[in-house]
Design a protein around this ligand. Structure first.
Ligand SMILES: [Zn+2]
Length: 71
């Protein structure tokens, strides 16, 4: 099976508090993404060639800051 030659998944995380952006690079996530990709292609009759996924939330540092505040 030929997997895309181009990078199949670009996954980023953006912290809503400090605005830092973390690139998430994880091989097992990539495999899950490819499965999701083919499901989306089949169900919507599309061809997906790339992805740019932005997750939003609190980074590790800000999460610890929040915890320190509430404790
Ligand atoms: Zn942060």
């Amino acid at each position: 099976m030929k997997i895309f030659s181009a990078k199949p998944c670009i996954l980023h995380f953006k912290c809503i508090k400090c605005n830092s952006i973390i690139d998430i690079d994880n091989k097992s996530l990539e495999l899950d993404y490819l499965k999701l990709n083919s499901k989306i292609e089949k169900e919507n009759n599309l061809i997906v060639s790339d992805a740019d996924i932005m997750l939003i939330g609190l980074c590790n540092k800000c999460r610890e800051d929040e915890n320190a505040k509430t404790n």
